[in-house]
Design a protein around this ligand. Structure first.
Ligand code: SME
Length: 185
């Protein structure tokens, strides 16, 4: 399997942090676009892929963005944009696995300060800070986690948490879907 590299590939730029007022403006624009783009959409893979693309378009601190899909036993990598992501993660392990276990968002200002392999899994050595948000279906069951990495420290805060939790609620919890993610695993 290809090893993560500290060299940033040509298709990815280093993250640039931005102030909260710019974040709010960008999330409002992204939400408007997503609501128009995904009106009436019920396919989970289409929704996930579109969220990745629109958010990566609006935020220059989004280095890696994507979903890990839960089959109840472990997390499998789903739609994402960025360098090679780990293919699967045990529930309870890493930031994603802990979010899947607790159903609560985690923000990490410095991922390298965590116990590597236990509380953080480094798919890419360039990742410096991270936010992971739970994704619940309309029955309130965790179906995935949404993971965003930045290549600089301290990129994520309560604004990201509020907006990302709202986006996951609108497009996953408050919407019936035509596909069952397990069918895609
Ligand atoms: N950092 C995550 C693993 C996924 S890679 O960032 C895409 C974690 O600690 O669970």
């Amino acid at each position: 399997m290809a090893q993560a590299s500290a060299d940033m590939p040509y298709f990815i730029n280093p993250s640039v942090n931005c102030k909260q007022s710019k974040k709010i403006e960008a999330y409002d624009h992204a939400m408007t676009e997503l609501l128009a783009l995904l009106e009436g959409e019920s396919d989970l893979i289409v929704i996930m892929s579109s969220i990745n693309c629109i958010l990566k378009t609006h935020f220059n601190y989004y280095y890696w963005v994507g979903f890990y899909i839960s089959d109840g036993q472990k997390l499998k990598v789903g739609p994402y944009q960025g360098t090679l992501g780990c293919l699967d993660i045990s529930i309870g392990r890493g930031v994603c696995g802990r979010v899947a276990a607790t159903g609560k968002t985690i923000i990490v200002d410095d991922v390298h300060a965590l116990d590597q392999g236990k509380d953080h899994i480094a798919c890419d050595p360039n990742s410096q800070s991270e936010i992971v948000v739970p994704v619940m279906n309309s029955e309130g069951n965790l179906i995935a986690v949404f993971d965003v990495d930045s290549s600089v420290k301290g990129s994520f805060d309560e604004i990201d948490q509020q907006y990302l939790e709202h986006i996951m609620s609108v497009f996953f919890t408050e919407r019936k879907h035509s596909t069952n993610l397990i069918n895609h695993l």
